[in-house]
Design a protein around this ligand. Structure first.
Ligand code: MNI
Length: 485
């Protein structure tokens, strides 16, 4: 990969900033784990394991990923996923101002149903990178926003080899400044964006498979950057979109991303709290991304890069937990991390990220489900090395108060807040159905061919076809340990 002098300087600056972030993280230890989880109808804590599906949706004319139903069966059988961060786009929902595409929403529904039939949950991700495809005449660079919402005001957008550098182009910065109304010229754009979300929420409000809306992929502030952007226009937009969604949908979680630049590298966020107008407990979550800077620059996880990346992951974790606490003790889903797994040490990095997410109580969506060097399969469908790293034991649903878990190839340790005998979550509690007290863990076939032995609880049922173990947790237990039987 060719790296320009400007990128080199940006990189050096970034590394200095990240090093500063690490020092800050070590000085002020924050919360150790997420304070909340999304829950199912029975109140069980849900853990998400899956992919962002898929990058190909950014550029297909119909806005759908190049992904077929059969591929979902293959994915389940290879990795036991239960979740997808499914890419949708503003350009597809609202192709002309105020005109919404029912045909597109039908297509999204059709795909959501594939997941529903297999017991998955879906988070719809309103994706954008570099604003939209209308930033250049070729349409080859950005994605997300419709052409009619793209106001470059005559400013140039030069071509680059490294895609991130388009973010520094005057025309792209202006497109964002118009959206956030920093220019004062286009207050209608954010209203349209919230309106597009309302239409999506109207469609999926009563669909139990769609559990969350990721309100904006990798937000970028144009000329307003960092905490000024996050605490200002970004928090304001999230509040407006949340209010609009709640007019039609009281149930689905809204998931907030921080500014991508900086946070993805381990720096803190200035995102403000969003109030959920729904009745009852708020359903707001935090969906950050993780892309350590040395890896953006094409390094693997070895040598000097390995130490910088380890420092980044530690700083990122503490900033994620601190931000989630500030947002109200909200659930966390790592919405994107990923890398070219042909790089040295790549699978060790994947392990490190899962260990970090597991110990902190975060769901994970790997970037991405596309074939090729970052993905689980080659273009011809041949399985890649990533599969072994992603096919790990994990708790899918836990009855009771989940804290975190530790997943080794032949051992899954689930940490919970102990409950008293007879309290909600115990088997045979008066007046509640048996099903609500059962927890579920996914156990890979290689290490757990016959299911699992449970210490700190009791195995109830092993489904050899789905490789899901149902189990109950003993009253008073702080830990459930599952090993192969
Ligand atoms: O790493 C980034 C990223 C770097 C820099 C910037 N700015 C300069 C604003 C923004 C974002 N993004 C990583 C991944 N995110 C997209 C999809 O959301 C993936 O294609 C990237 O690999």
């Amino acid at each position: 990969m060719k790296i320009s002098a400007r990128a080199g300087i940006a990189a050096a600056l970034g590394i200095a900033l990240v090093a500063g972030g690490v020092a800050a993280a070590l000085r002020t230890p924050g919360p150790a784990t997420a304070a909340g989880f999304m829950t199912d109808e029975d109140g069980r804590s849900l853990v998400q394991h899956g992919f962002s599906t898929a990058s190909s949706a950014k550029s297909t004319p119909d806005g759908f990923p190049e992904f077929e139903e059969e591929e979902l069966d293959v994915e389940y059988s290879d990795m036991g996923t239960n979740f997808v961060r499914f890419l949708i786009s503003w350009r597809s929902v609202e192709p002309e101002p105020g005109q919404y595409s029912e045909e597109y929403l039908d297509g999204v529904q059709e795909r959501v149903d594939w997941y529903a039939e297999r017991g998955y949950h879906v988070m719809l991700d309103m994706h954008q990178d570099l604003w939209g495809s209308a930033i250049t005449p070729s349409g080859m660079s950005g994605n997300g926003a419709p052409a009619w919402a793209t106001y470059l005001d005559g400013l140039p957008v030069a071509d680059h080899d490294m895609w991130e550098l388009y973010y520094l182009e005057p025309g792209v910065i202006r497109a964002f400044d118009n959206f956030w109304n920093t220019t004062g010229a286009h207050p209608e754009l954010a209203e349209h964006y919230a309106g597009a979300w309302r239409v999506v929420a109207e469609r999926f409000a009563d669909d139990p498979t769609v559990v969350a809306y990721d309100l904006m992929n990798e937000p970028y502030g144009g000329t307003v950057q960092g905490p000024a952007f996050e605490a200002g226009p970004l928090t304001t937009l999230y509040q407006e979109v949340t209010d609009e969604i709640r007019e039609v949908d009281e149930n689905t979680w809204v998931c907030l991303e921080p500014q991508a630049m900086g946070f993805n590298w381990g720096l803190p966020s200035g995102l403000g709290r969003v109030d959920d107008p729904r009745e009852g407990e708020p359903r707001v979550a935090f969906c950050p991304h993780l892309y350590p800077l040395p890896m953006d620059l094409g390094d693997g996880f070895s040598g000097t890069s390995r130490e910088l990346v380890e420092g980044t992951v530690a700083a990122w974790r503490s900033n994620v937990l601190r931000t989630a606490e500030r947002l109200g003790g909200v659930p966390i889903i790592l919405g994107e991390f990923g890398l070219d797994t042909t790089l040295p040490g790549a699978l060790d990095y994947v392990d490190l990220v899962y260990e970090t997410a597991d110990a902190s109580g975060m769901g994970v969506a790997y970037w991405s489900r596309d074939p090729g060097s970052w993905g689980p399969y080659e273009v011809d469908g041949t399985p890649r090395n990533l599969i072994g790293a992603l096919d790990r034991p994990y708790p899918r649903a836990v009855a009771g108060e989940l804290v975190g878990w530790d997943s080794e190839p032949e051992r899954l340790v689930i940490t919970v807040v102990p409950r008293a005998a007879g309290a909600a979550g115990s088997s045979g509690a008066a007046g509640s159905s048996g099903a609500a007290q059962v927890s579920e863990a996914y156990l890979p076939s290689d290490a757990f061919p016959n299911g699992g032995e449970v210490v700190g609880g009791e195995a109830v049922e092993w489904d050899a076809a789905t490789r899901v173990l149902m189990f109950e947790i003993d009253p008073g237990a702080t830990e459930v340990v599952i090993t192969p039987r």
